[in-house]
Design a protein around this ligand. Structure first.
Ligand code: 5GP
Ligand code: ZN
Length: 114
């Protein structure tokens, strides 16, 4: 997918509006449009890479910036129990091929995941 066609690049550029719940220089947090739990945020790096490992290869510090937003959101909202997910590859459920970290909370989660 080209960056021009990427939905998350458009959100980061402000072409598609989405409230920014938290931001830093490398990433933004938005609410998932189709939440799977009472709390479902997406932590999205500003730089387009297809998945989390590609992001790491390009600049490992950007992964730290994603986790800084997890820290900010969970601290601010008093979220103690949550799940973090990088779906990687269509077979693992990835549907947007711009790296992003799901932060989901607010209900019990089963293991193993479906
Ligand atoms: P994936 O399936 O790639 O792991 O996650 C992509 C997520 O992006 C899905 O949970 C989906 O609901 C969410 N999503 C897709 N399009 C949009 C959008 O335009 N805005 C927002 N906020 N979330 C989106
Ligand atoms: Zn993108």
């Amino acid at each position: 997918m080209s960056e021009e066609a990427c939905i998350f690049c458009k959100i980061i550029a402000g072409v598609i509006p989405a409230p920014h719940l938290a931001t830093n220089d490398e990433a933004i947090a938005i609410a998932d449009i189709s939440p799977v739990a009472p709390t479902h945020y997406l932590i999205v790096p500003r730089r387009h890479e297809e998945n989390a490992v590609a992001l790491h290869r390009g600049n490992p510090a950007e992964l730290g910036a994603l986790f800084a937003l997890v820290d900010e959101l969970t601290s601010r909202e008093g979220i103690a129990d949550y799940r973090l997910v990088f779906n990687t590859g269509a077979g693992a459920g990835q549907s947007v091929f711009h790296a992003h970290l799901h932060l989901i909370a607010g209900r019990a989660f089963s293991w193993p995941p479906g």
